[in-house]
Design a protein. Sequence first.
Length: 229
Amino acid sequence: MMQLPKILLSWSGGKDSAWALRILREQQQFEVVALVTTINQHFRRVAIHGYREDLLDRQAEATGLPLWKVDLPFPCSNADYEARMAIVLQRAVREGLHGMAFGDLFLEEIRTYRLKQLEGTWLAAIFPVWGIPTDELAQTMVAAGLRAHLTCVDPRVLDRSFAGRIYDAALLNELPATVDPCGERGEFHTFAFAGPMFSGSIAVRPAEVIERDGFVYAELLPIPNDADA
């Protein structure tokens, strides 16, 4: 059997990166060998999305993939970010990997930035969900059983009451027309807890909602497994 080119997947833990993993596994053009996630090293939370590191660990276990964690200082400048990511890319080159996949959907400036990051590394940039209309993509993900909690909401464009809610058909129907159905412009960020890319669901419950740095965050607490109780 021919060996597939081995790649990393940029993993925020949100619905789009989770769906990118599903697509990559379905298409069987590449083998995802690890997930790369940036973490606020001070608070031990996933950068931007704001959920706890232990929930990230549970996600990775449910995908069956190892994590390459990238600790970011707080606050983190773009130069800091790029320096830490350069170390990851150097490791990928040393280990003979083919490239890195991203769950970006349509923002050209983000795609251009990714390509610039990989320039000169010989690593390929792969965009498995790029260009899929986001209304279609949202419906497809939900219909396939992907479920996620909204962990971060931009209250300038989406009411804070959406923080902590489950990304499902009911939520999609209630989103304002001005909000992208996948939140690609930063209207909201998510934590995926169930779907066909996982061996099982990650049991969590939303708790307190707080406002920080102009964004509204919903705390997610892990529900212990019976074995943990």
